[in-house]
Design a binder for this molecule. Structure first.
Ligand code: SAM
Ligand code: DTB
Ligand code: SF4
Length: 326
């Protein structure tokens, strides 16, 4: 495998031209790039747990956890350390290499934050990679997470800068970039991606992927979520994404960020096996694995293992992983 060149100067015209390619040409190009950096038959498994559910002050129009909408979700306090580590252990036994803990916060508070640091340490002690997503962070919090041994911080840009303000009004696109740059400077790996199906145009998808690829360093992990429509949110009745357009976005992400793990993220529950296989062909090489995402059902773990076996795919072990070198 020769290391592909990572570019950070993509233009919108170039990215749109990729989206405009005939489907077969695009997927072929993406698979070719994929093979230059990765074993095309290997997939990385991350398991998710919501450590603090609901009651979030942000108004993200897609999110069942926002306090702005009546979604019927029961609000919960921060989970106990023992329960978190029991879930992490179970995820490891099922084959997950990374444990991702999500909190419905705008930013972590002083009372709960030290407890999250204990969770990170506990997950590391199990020999798993750790990831958290806690909202905006300041410099001190980033340093404390790094000290605790955090491997990845998830903080999504979600959509284009222009579409962003139609989806979230309680924070700005720039706020997200600011936290991402603190995380990047600290040496913690960046997990950053977006959601398709927010009523965005194809141009917004191109702009989102261009924004990610033109960051000073590509995020090591790029989750591409398909909106899970949640009752009570403003987007509960938004139009479906054409499945081939979803595959196109995966393929473009792969071409733009050749050495990043592109994660086929939320929304797999509504996809059939053939569509998921197409996503792997287009360069996806990571999934969320386990019965639940944060608050909504995921594709079942048993079914996933069966699907991977039918495709002759293997799972990445923690030891094999080295942060993508650029
Ligand atoms: N509150 C923190 C934040 O927003 O950064 C962390 C948790 S938040 C639930 C993590 C990510 O989940 C969001 O950035 C969004 O991309 C994704 N997400 C939330 N609701 C979703 C949904 N209904 N469908 C797909 N992705 C969703
Ligand atoms: C990401 O990009 N997707 C995950 C994770 N990062 C934290 C979350 C998906 C949430 C889907 C809706 C839910 O289950 O609440
Ligand atoms: Fe809160 Fe995160 Fe949901 Fe937005 S996506 S409402 S910040 S939990």
């Amino acid at each position: 495998m020769t290391s592909p060149r990572c570019r950070h100067d993509w233009t919108l015209t170039e990215v749109r031209a990729l989206f405009d390619l005939p489907f077969m040409d695009l997927v072929f190009q993406a698979q070719t790039v994929h093979r230059s950096a990765f074993d095309p038959n290997e997939v990385q498994l991350s398991s998710l747990m919501s450590i603090k559910t609901g009651g979030c002050p942000e108004d993200c129009a897609y999110c069942p956890q926002s306090a702005h909408y009546e979604t019927g979700l029961e609000k919960e306090r921060l989970a106990e350390l023992d329960r978190v580590l029991a879930e992490a252990r179970a995820a490891k036994e099922r084959g997950a290499s990374r444990f991702c803990m999500g909190a419905a916060w705008k930013r972590p508070n002083g009372r709960d934050f030290p407890l999250v640091l204990d969770m990170v340490r506990g997950v590391k002690d199990l020999g798993m990679e750790s990831c958290v997503t806690l909202g905006a962070l300041d410099k001190e919090q980033v340093a404390a997470l790094k000290d605790a041994g955090l491997d990845y911080y998830n903080h999504n840009l979600d959509t284009s800068r222009e579409h962003y303000e139609k989806i979230i009004t309680t924070r700005s696109f720039q706020d997200r970039l600011d936290t991402l740059s603190l995380v990047r400077e600290s040496g913690i790996n960046v997990c950053c991606g977006g959601i398709l199906g927010l009523g965005e145009a194809e141009e917004d998808r191109a702009k989102l992927l261009m924004e990610l690829a033109n960051l000073p360093k590509h995020p090591e992990s790029v989750p591409i979520n398909l909106l899970v429509k949640a009752e009570g949110t403003p987007l509960e009745n938004v139009a479906d994404v054409d499945p081939f357009d979803f595959v196109r976005a995966i393929a473009v992400a792969r071409i733009l960020m050749p050495t990043s793990h592109v994660r086929l993220s939320a929304g797999r529950g509504g996809m059939d096996d053939a569509l998921q296989a197409l996503c792997f062909l287009a360069g996806a090489n990571s999934i969320f694995f386990g019965e639940k995402l944060l608050t909504t059902p995921n594709a079942g773990a048993e079914h996933d293992m069966d699907l991977l076996a039918r495709l002759g795919m293997t799972t990445q072990q923690v030891e094999e992983h080295a942060a993508a070198a650029e």
